[in-house]
Design a protein around this ligand. Structure first.
Ligand SMILES: NC(=O)c1ccc[n+]([C@@H]2O[C@H](COP(=O)([O-])OP(=O)(O)OC[C@H]3O[C@@H](n4cnc5c(N)ncnc54)[C@H](O)[C@@H]3O)[C@@H](O)[C@H]2O)c1
Length: 326
């Protein structure tokens, strides 16, 4: 029997790469999204996309699925601070209601929740999943709060993936995430502005994240059951990263404008030992950092509308909140 998979937040940055990826495995796929940024999977054959708030789905709806992959979040620090009530509802309160709807459904083999390594906040030591989190923004505080809820309630089988900052090309493109923004600014502004830049960050190639999710669905065994994993490819600081991208791509027409003042308080260095042991053991994508950056560079270079407002998460949520006076 084909595995029946529900993806919440299917039309976002990660969803717009994940659905075409999972489709290759011949799963039955349904996506649900409020489509804040548009619809990107509507042309995929045999994939059903439902435009809806995930909070409006009733209990009966969930009875058909084996796996739920939850990609819904207001997932950008400044966007999450725009209207705290709105963010709390989407990122936490409605997730608890969702949990209440599905907690007794025997059909659901695994609920995979996309959390973030930003739960580590400002942490000097190398961090593993057991290190104490120190979330700073509302977004990361709510990620952690919902992680704790999942762990405490133990009614459904879950896996929590703490992703590093994503990068890579996607049909729903985002230029508010570091690597994508650096590359866009290099190519189209001939200038990269760095604030601070000493802050350490952990990065995750979007195709690698898809591969990890696919792996968990395929081998939904004890190794990943009710566990939390850091998922990503490499740690670096923003200055070294920018210099590395310029060198790697041999792009000579951009300069770096470095402002020492830093408003970003997050800095952390992440260990992926646990994911390597249980999920990504022989995963070639985990070692293709340079290739993934070059691929991202090539595709961004072909973007005909790199400054489209819907490619910036904050702009779209700001407009939505103003228009509907939420
Ligand atoms: N992008 C990153 O760098 C990053 C890093 C770490 C973790 N994550 C996590 O990965 C997941 C996916 O991130 P992304 O970059 O694809 O984000 P995204 O903002 O591009 O996608 C989220 C999707 O959720 C949808 N959505 C929002 N509220 C909804 C609601 N109430 N009902 C239905 N749909 C709703 C949006 O329309 C959007 O399509 C998120 O959970 C995020 O927290 C992302």
């Amino acid at each position: 029997m084909k595995k029946n998979i529900l993806i919440l937040g299917s039309e976002g940055f990660l969803g717009s790469v994940l659905l075409p990826y999972l489709k290759k495995s011949n799963y039955k796929i349904t996506g649900v999204d409020k489509c804040f940024f548009g619809k990107y999977n509507k042309n995929l054959k045999n994939v059903r996309i439902i435009k809806s708030d995930y909070a409006k789905l009733n209990k009966k709806f969930f009875e058909q699925f084996d796996f739920i992959i939850d990609l819904v979040n207001i997932s950008n620090d400044p966007a999450s601070e725009l209207n705290k009530k709105f963010t709390k509802k989407i990122n936490y309160q409605n997730k608890v209601k969702l949990y209440q709807k599905i907690k007794n459904l025997k059909n659901i083999k695994r609920y995979i929740y996309m959390s973030s390594c930003s739960v580590y906040g400002n942490n000097k030591n190398i961090i593993n999943e057991k290190s104490p989190p120190r979330p700073i923004s509302l977004y990361s505080k709510l990620c952690l709060k919902y992680e704790e809820y999942l762990k405490k309630n133990k009614k459904i089988n879950f896996t929590i993936l703490r992703l590093g900052t994503l990068y890579g090309w996607a049909p729903r493109m985002r230029y508010d995430i570091a690597i994508n923004k650096i590359i866009r600014d290099m190519i189209f502004n001939n200038k990269v502005e760095i604030l601070g830049g000493e802050q350490l960050r952990f990065f995750c190639y979007n195709k690698f994240a898809c591969n990890v999710i696919g792996n968990i669905i395929n081998n939904s065994n004890k190794n990943t059951l009710n566990k939390t994993f850091n998922i990503g490819n490499f740690n670096t600081n923003i200055i070294d990263l920018t210099k590395h991208i310029l060198k790697l791509t041999k792009f000579r027409n951009a300069s770096i404008y470095h402002e020492k003042h830093n408003i970003d308080k997050r800095s952390y260095k992440v260990s992926t030992k646990s994911a390597k042991k249980f999920i990504t053991k022989n995963n070639i994508l985990s070692n293709l950092t340079e290739k993934s950056i070059l691929d991202t560079f090539k595709k961004i270079g072909r973007d005909k509308k790199p400054f489209l407002k819907r490619k910036i998460t904050l702009t779209i949520y700001k407009e939505f909140l103003q228009k509907y006076k939420v």
